[in-house]
Design a protein around this ligand. Sequence first.
Ligand SMILES: *Cc1c(COP(=O)(O)O)cnc(C)c1O
Length: 409
Amino acid sequence: MVNVNENFLKLQAGYLFPEIGRRVRAFSTTNPTAKIIRLGIGDVTEPLAPAVIEAMHKAVDKMAVKESFHGYDDGGRGYDFLLDAIIENDFGSRSVEIDRSEVFVSDGSKCDTGNFQEVFGIDNVIAVTDPVYPVYVDTNVMAGRTGTALDQGKYGGIVYMPCTEENDFTPELPDEKVDIIYLCYPNNPTGAVATKEQLKKWVDYARKNKSVILFDAAYEAFITDKSIPHSIYEVPGAKEVAVEFRSYSKTAGFTGIRCAYTIVPKELKAYKKDGQSVDINPIWNRRHCTKFNGVSFITQAGAAAIYSAEGKKQVKKIIDIYMSNASVIRQSLTKLGYTVYGGVNAPYVWLKTPEGVGSWEFFDVLLQKANVVGTPGAGFGAAGEGYFRLSAFNYPAVVEEAMERIAKL
Ligand SMILES: *Cc1c(COP(=O)(O)O)cnc(C)c1O
């Protein structure tokens, strides 16, 4: 008899986006002529930058010729041309020194943030923000690092750190000692950012408690405020305690291409039960190269093109479109009397639902009266109740129309 991994049975059935899909389908069935505008799921809408397309076409042609054909890259960690572009442009430009051996190219940050917990022991206490990107939690549930589901979608054994208006959506240090801390800034879903001082607080905590920070920087390209760090390694000492995840998905519209990378510093340590320290970089290298065989040459060529002079300009123009959408959403809702957060350094606007209206109730009103789909804050965690996420990923004219409809509510 084959046993099932019962940890998977702890996962809650009503996952956020399927539930949204169910409600939208039910509404469409009874209102087949309604023109629904989707500002829900965070997926990009603009086509790829021309420089990326050109580089990928060229890469395809190289694959057709014996002399320039590419097979596996060395160990599946990324071609040097991409590693060097990453090191120079994403880190060197911010005075952060990163070595090739610290960069691991992959097919997405969802898998990287989900997989990374594998290299840590099962007894670690994990801490997540509330609201949170569900991947961090669910992958720890699958691994058996949590208890069963409690009410409000929480799991036993996880430390939840509320992010509210009072703390500017950046969590307080936990009272109890935690070992693995997931942070995502600029934040999905709240659109909040962390200052260098706030990140320093976490780096100091992790150094003092021998913890690790898993830092998701998927939205760093949307930062407009010059004082906000793009990388956690801009905080001195962070390389001893932090892993950083970057993705081309939102940065360069790669959600359908698939390319990301993770930085695992050589200084990063975890500890054996007897207290002896162990380097994590070689362990992640072993994990990565055992279970993954690299991103396609064509994709990596496309990713490297983002760092060319033309590529940078083109990608920036696309990001500006989304950020202009975010600004339109912010301004329209503010004019209507809503309290809004985010949308300045992130493509998400986090609005407060009207007094006494729950976030799923607000979802239903918006769907039925304005035919606009957003994401209920409660779907990201208990502290998200009373909030609602609108995504700036859509065409400007569509965003304008959505705002006009909401104004008529
Ligand atoms: C979109 C997103 C990612 C990127 O995931 P990919 O697998 O690289 O597409 C990572 N983290 C967060 C919080 C995101 O919203």
